[in-house]
Ligand binder design. Structure first.
Ligand code: F6P
Length: 357
């Protein structure tokens, strides 16, 4: 009898359910007898021994369902060694739950912070397999994460919708795309949606260059300009600030986000009408797209295979068009940023897209 624990941690995304379904279907198809412990609300469920027992039948019909049937929450890694709201030692409590339930393996579906905790639990002696989840696609060690493509679809659709209204009114529009630290989502949605200017955290922008690009378009007869701006886009000046100085700036920040600051600067310097649209959490919602359904299913099956072979301590990854396993210790704590010299950026520039640099 295999005793398997599962949890979904951090910001949710599309295809979490599809990935869990993949794991269970693979194990079930192999004839493995299982007890499945679904921990509720991420690591909190493991800390508080809050779980529901599931059977393979519970995973039917989940391929197309967004969100997560287990619920999710953020338990930041930087606070992992601090007591939780009930004074519990988080790490000790998670280990206790694992051993009390005599689990053979814990499957963690998570992004960057969750992978760090997964690795810590591995170091503490637990059998862990993790799956690469996040709309940000910023997990080190994998070319792709599930949730990303579906979020690209949503953000692209937002830019598509803005195109027609921007054209009607002859306005400058900013669409703010999720991603505080990396620009994969903004870049892909920006190119797909035909944005004229793309601003991402990896390439600090010069507001004068942005304005130059807007004016150039106007001069060439375009009635509107669309900017795809990542939540974490930074000006050249802000990029020079230390973490502490930047935090200080944000504590007195008069804008809801960087897009509004950029809008204000464009409006003041050019007199043009600027509007900001923030699709926000819509980018994490709705049904997974076909790519994510396939990718998450494959990731789930690969995890099932590792469990059958009792190979633990890995994250399933996608490298050079192959599904592979990467040691969790190599993944934890690393961020996959967009390389500044990535060919996709060069190609975008050749399409005439301005990055504000
Ligand atoms: O990590 C995924 C993500 O959606 C980021 O793109 C975004 O910045 C953040 O989570 C939003 O977090 P929350 O749901 O906690 O507001």
């Amino acid at each position: 009898m295999l005793r398997i624990g599962m949890l979904t941690s951090g910001g949710d995304c599309q295809a979490l359910n599809a990935a869990m379904r993949g794991v269970v279907k693979c194990l079930d198809a192999s004839g493995t007898e299982m007890e499945i412990y679904g921990f509720l609300n991420g690591y909190k469920g493991l800390i508080n021994s809050n779980f529901k027992m599931l059977t393979p039948r519970d995973f039917s019909g989940l391929l197309t369902r967004g969100g997560t049937i287990l619920g999710s929450s953020r338990v930041p890694f930087k606070t992992i060694h601090e007591p939780d709201e009930n004074g519990k030692d988080k790490v000790a409590s998670m280990k206790q739950t694992y051993y009390k339930l005599q689990l053979d393996v814990l499957v963690v579906l998570g992004g960057n912070g969750s992978q760090k905790t997964a690795n810590l639990l591995r170091e503490e002696g637990l059998n862990i397999i993790s799956l690469p989840k996040t709309i940000d696609n910023d997990l080190w060690g994998t070319d792709m994460t599930f949730g990303f493509q579906s979020a690209v679809d949503v953000a692209t659709n937002a830019i598509d919708c803005i195109h027609t209204t921007a054209d009607s009114h002859g306005r400058v529009f900013i669409v703010e795309v999720m991603g505080h630290k990396v620009g994969w989502l903004t870049l892909n949605a920006g190119i797909a949606g035909g944005a004229d200017i793309i601003l991402i955290p990896e390439i600090p922008y010069d507001i004068d260059k942005v304005i130059e690009a807007i004016e150039k378009r106007a001069k060439n007869g375009s009635r509107f300009t669309i900017l795809a701006v990542a939540e974490g886009a930074k000006s050249k000046e802000d990029a020079k600030l230390s973490k502490k100085e930047y935090k200080k700036k944000l504590s007195n920040y008069p804008f809801p986000s960087v897009s509004y600051e950029i809008a204000d600067q464009i409006q003041k310097k050019t007199g043009r009408e600027v509007r900001v649209t923030v699709p926000g959490h819509m980018q994490r919602g709705g049904v997974p797209d076909p790519y994510d359904r396939v990718f998450a299913s494959r990731v789930g099956v690969e995890a099932g295979q590792l469990i059958l072979k009792k190979e633990y301590g890995y994250m399933i990854a996608y490298k050079n068009r192959e599904m592979v396993k990467v040691p969790l210790k190599d993944v934890a704590g690393k961020l996959k940023e967009l390389p500044k010299d990535a060919s996709i950026i060069k190609e975008a520039k050749m399409l005439g897209i301005c990055f504000g640099d």
